[in-house]
Design a protein around this ligand. Structure first.
Ligand code: IPE
Ligand code: IPE
Ligand code: MG
Length: 254
């Protein structure tokens, strides 16, 4: 039994579900930092600061439960529309955070993968991002996809351009493009598609996250605001997931 399987079995036992019902891959839309702060009459950045503290705890919880891939939506390409002060604060927070979490990623054998475009992220942030990715490249535990300056439509367009360029150069025939080749051209190429997508703060939308990758993903939407999100919330989501009937287009066997 692999290390992942052993961990999933232990987690499943704790949750009272069968091990084969544990998701291997989870994606989270970490939403509600602003509302968390507003409820406390605090400026929005206080919510972002609290939200950042939750990230590493959830990463470690997922490692412990044998999750093989975790994708976290931390900043969308559409989030650049926010007030400059909020964007600047978030960029500084990400830059600092990327340095801070490095030892924890190493200790827990986590590989960091960037999801999203590099432009127009600052050189300073990209430097820390590259360092963290380089340092964790050989880690063969959980893959952590950090969606930072990410947009799914943009990702799909980039993949289409890459495949078209390969065709023009004669490396690929249009007829040979299939789901596998398309998946490999996305920034999630090395990750398994999410089986469970969690969105905090009750919003019932995708907000341009992993459109290709979630074609058969189970959704779990919780009222909990991201800064209040904790292990018990992940566990509730997993239990809900385990009780779904995933037909994947087929019919029930019973
Ligand atoms: C999520 O929280 C964090 C980012 C999008 C960066 P929000 O900032 O969107 O919080 P709400 O939705 O305004 O409460
Ligand atoms: C989605 O949340 C992006 C992240 C969580 C990083 P938003 O708060 O930006 O989504 P909308 O604007 O409510 O759709
Ligand atoms: Mg939001």
């Amino acid at each position: 039994m692999s290390d992942f399987e052993q961990k999933r079995q232990a987690a499943a036992e704790k949750l009272g579900i069968s091990a084969d019902k544990m998701p291997k891959s989870i994606a989270i839309i970490m939403d509600g930092n602003g509302r968390w702060a507003e409820q406390r009459d605090e400026p929005r950045f206080i919510g972002h600061r609290e939200g950042a503290k939750v990230v590493i705890r959830i990463v470690l919880d997922c490692v412990k439960m044998g999750i093989e891939a975790l994708s976290l939506y931390s900043f969308s390409m559409q989030n650049w529309k926010r007030p400059q002060m909020e964007v600047d604060f978030l960029m500084q927070l990400f830059t600092r955070y990327l340095v801070e979490i490095r030892p924890t990623l190493m200790e827990n054998n986590v590989q960091l993968i960037h999801l999203g475009r590099r432009e127009p992220l600052s050189d300073e942030l990209l430097e820390e991002l590259d360092k963290s990715m380089e340092m964790t490249r050989a880690n063969d535990g959980m893959k952590l996809g950090l969606a930072l300056n990410y947009g799914s439509r943009e990702e799909i367009i980039d993949a289409a351009k890459k495949l078209a360029a390969d065709c023009v150069e004669g490396k690929l025939k249009p007829d040979d493009i299939d789901e596998e080749k398309f998946s490999k051209a996305l920034c999630t190429a090395d990750m398994i598609d999410p089986e469970l997508l969690i969105r905090t703060s009750a919003e019932m939308r995708i907000s341009n996250f992993l459109l290709w990758q979630i074609s058969y993903t189970e959704f779990y939407i919780t009222d909990t605001l991201w800064p209040d999100f904790k292990l018990e919330d992940v566990e509730k989501a997993i239990i809900s997931y385990a009780n779904r009937d995933r037909r994947l287009g087929g019919v029930n066997k019973n």
